[in-house]
Design a protein around this ligand. Structure first.
Ligand code: ADP
Length: 268
């Protein structure tokens, strides 16, 4: 469990390579703090242009995505729905750079990602992308605040700025009072809040959430979705949510329905 959660984070964000932060984007403003923060100009954060994805095994081919064109604007809360196997996770993985299109192109902040190396993708995830999963992937032996600090510590950050950002992130999700608690002392909904705080701690401009309410009771699920909506409305955080839940999707600005690897249509 510890190994799985740690390896997921190392796989997504890498370890201690501060000089490699590849900011691909079209920055309108660049602010230097301890980090480079790029403020976008309000365009599309995500743009898939006729993206298809085919998996091949032996002679058989599985078309997971077919000719998907999708725009997600800055600050938008966008939900993807559809039956199991319709390609939702594949789409999210492509946006996160964990998988790559067979054809078509993905733009993040209006820059093509087609020629990025793995190292550049890792840097891009660090600067742009936060991820939340159905399983919370918290390390059971660490407190909530240490779990939230982990992505920063893996990047070689330390000291007061880490503590400040962890406290900010936990406060943002209403979990500051439980900062010293371990996951086993928290409810499922509280653990997911801590996982969201961890996804936010490096101040990503895009939050990808894959079935974040899938392991929660309906009340906790509603709270988590309300939190994602508040991030989008109050902080202009762009959120791309994959969900099976009609209730969760209803909180979004746009719902995109998928079927057989294709987008069926969107509703406001
Ligand atoms: P969803 O998230 O909507 O349940 P997925 O994106 O996981 O759907 O899968 C879409 C289709 O692609 C499914 O038919 C699935 O079996 C197939 N698929 C996903 N990943 C792979 C893979 N690595 N190799 C082969 N087929 C895959």
């Amino acid at each position: 469990m510890v190994c799985v959660a740690l390896s997921i984070w190392i796989g997504l964000y890498g370890v201690v390579r501060r000089e490699s932060s590849a900011v691909v984007g079209s920055p309108a403003v660049v602010v230097y703090e301890e980090h480079v923060v790029v403020l976008t100009s309000g365009g599309n954060v995500v743009r898939l242009n006729h993206v298809s994805k085919e998996y091949r095994r032996d002679e058989a081919a599985v078309v997971a995505l077919w000719d998907v064109t999708l725009h997600v604007a800055e600050g938008e809360f966008c939900a993807l729905m559809g039956p199991s196997g319709c390609g939702k996770s594949t789409l999210l993985n492509i946006v996160a750079g964990l998988d790559h299109p067979t054809s078509g192109e993905l733009f993040l902040e209006e820059r093509s990602t087609s020629n990025l190396s793995d190292r550049e993708w890792t840097g891009l995830r660090r600067s742009l992308i936060g991820m939340v999963f159905q399983s919370f992937h918290l390390l059971p032996t660490l407190t909530a605040e240490d779990n939230v600090a982990l992505p920063l510590l893996l990047q070689g950050e330390n000291g007061r700025s880490v503590r400040r950002r962890v406290a900010e992130s936990l406060a943002r999700v209403g979990m500051e009072p439980r900062a010293r608690h371990r996951p086993g002392e928290l409810s499922g909904g509280e653990q997911q809040r801590v996982a969201i705080a961890r996804a936010l701690v490096h101040r990503p401009r895009l939050l990808l959430a894959d079935e974040p309410t899938g392991n929660l009771d309906s009340r906790s699920g509603t709270d988590v979705i309300a939190l994602l909506r508040s991030l989008s409305k109050e902080l202009r955080q762009t959120v791309l949510l994959v969900t099976h839940s009609q209730d969760a999707a209803r909180a979004a600005d746009h719902i995109h329905m998928m079927r057989d690897g294709q987008l069926d249509g969107a509703s406001a």
